[in-house]
Ligand binder design. Structure first.
Ligand SMILES: Nc1nc2c(ncn2[C@@H]2O[C@H](COP(=O)(O)OP(=O)(O)OP(=O)(O)O)[C@@H](O)[C@H]2O)c(=O)[nH]1
Ligand SMILES: [Mg+2]
Length: 401
């Protein structure tokens, strides 16, 4: 049985953007949602899913234990963390401050839920749709996240200076110690130092500007942010989405309607419709009231226009495009593609695409990693060396001492 920790995804944004609605739609957890800012105070944590079309279970009958299969489509669990809304100046204590971002320390990727319809101002108060520019929300939110990271470094900056300038320790190594708790790796720190032209500059001379430049780059490399252009069901949302894409051509912007997804998931849970998260349509199978029918008709038009509600797409994008993870299927019997008890493809592991066969063994179990000898690609029967990178969809058998 695989024991690997789940990938964590932080859901961030200003108040009233729809973070908790997105979270509730993805996890079906009953959390507080309301059109007033700061509805969420303590973070909500729950399980959402990435959707894998064309997974091996579309051809083979699987007995999944750590993931799910619906109509031949695989759904693998990820952990979502919905936090309180951030407002400009949170790092100076405005709104609820930014201390709650500490809950996102281990999350390697964030989804920024933006109100693309422009119907909430920068603090989340309701305004006329289209009157607030969602592009400004992206700038301010990323700055707040940077200020949070900078504050973590600043707390201990005298020590950083002493260790680098008096004890002659390597800058990247000292910073790594300070930032490891935020899930930032050595390569990302080195890249940020280089890019900011700070590799050779003594930390005592970085100044505020240097520190922020470094932190901004380190954050972008270590915690990529997917932009969810939410409330796309409101007519002004389309223009907001267009503006976001135009302002951030190198970033991933996914149009979403968290509200539509929540309605679909709840209707499916009550047996009114057949719908899989991420589908581009649904089928009515229960008795609908006229109001329910009207809501669902509107959603059907939305799905036709945008291809899906975007919620599952945003989660998939975070895991497969921003983090570049791949799905691998560990088995113990490479002929039957099963575990020892005959369960076919019992596990699905989401791992970085840079993972090697041995890394996968470690991800399954530390002991398996330590006893690793080689691995087999179960479909082709080909042997994989310890340092051979794995590929998406690989069914892997680990041979251990
Ligand atoms: N039209 C529309 N409304 C939405 C959508 N997503 C959320 N809302 C509404 O926006 C309001 C705020 O939603 P929440 O999910 O509570 O927002 P939040 O970002 O968690 O807010 P805080 O917890 O206060 O930070 C609610 O009235 C939701 O129904 C959407 O996709 N479309
Ligand atoms: Mg909330």
């Amino acid at each position: 049985m695989v024991t690997q920790a789940r990938v964590q995804i932080g859901v961030v944004g200003k108040p009233n953007a729809g973070k908790s609605t997105f979270f509730a739609a993805a996890t079906l957890k009953d959390v507080k949602i309301s059109p007033t800012p700061f509805t969420t105070i303590d973070p909500n944590i729950g399980i959402g899913y990435v959707r894998i079309d064309g997974c091996p279970c579309s051809e083979i009958k699987c007995s999944p234990r750590t993931y799910a299969v619906v109509d031949g489509v695989c759904f693998a669990p990820v952990e979502l963390i919905d936090v309180a809304g951030l407002v400009p100046g949170a790092w100076q204590g405005r709104g609820l401050g930014n201390q709650f971002l500490d809950h996102l320390r281990r999350a390697p990727v964030l989804i920024h839920v933006v109100d693309a319809s422009g119907s909430t101002d920068e603090e989340g108060r309701l305004v006329k749709p289209g009157s607030h520019d969602p592009v400004s929300d992206v700038y301010f939110l990323e700055r707040e996240v940077d200020m949070w990271m900078a504050s973590i470094l600043r707390k201990d900056w005298d020590r950083v200076v002493r260790q680098v300038e008096f004890s002659k320790r390597d800058t990247a190594e000292v910073l790594l110690e300070k930032l490891a708790g935020l899930g930032i790796g050595r390569a990302q720190i080195e890249r940020a130092l280089q890019e900011a032209d700070l590799s050779k500059k003594p930390p005592s001379r970085w100044g505020e500007e240097g520190l922020l430049k470094f932190v901004g780059l380190a954050r972008a490399y270590s915690k990529p942010i997917v932009i969810a252009a939410n409330k796309i069901d409101i007519p002004e949302g389309e223009e907001g989405y267009r503006r976001l894409k135009e302002a951030f051509p190198d970033r991933i912007v996914v149009p979403t309607s968290a509200e539509a997804e929540l309605a679909l998931r709840r209707a499916a849970a009550r047996g009114l419709i057949r719908y899989k998260p991420g589908d581009r349509s649904f089928e009515v199978v229960g008795q609908l009231t006229p109001q329910q029918k009207a809501v669902l008709d509107k959603i059907a038009t939305l799905l036709e226009k945008w291809g899906s509600t975007g919620v599952t797409k945003a989660i998939n994008t975070a895991v497969f495009d921003a983090l570049k993870y791949v799905a691998v299927y560990p088995v113990e019997d490479e002929k039957k593609l099963s575990d020892k008890s005959g369960n076919v493809l019992p596990d699905l592991l989401l791992v970085p695409h840079t993972y090697t066969a041995r890394d996968v063994a470690y991800a399954i179990h530390t002991e398996l990693g330590e006893r690793f000898v080689s691995a087999v690609d179960a479909r082709s029967g080909r042997r994989l060396a310890a340092d051979e990178p794995v590929s998406n969809g690989l069914i892997i058998k680990i041979l251990a001492r």
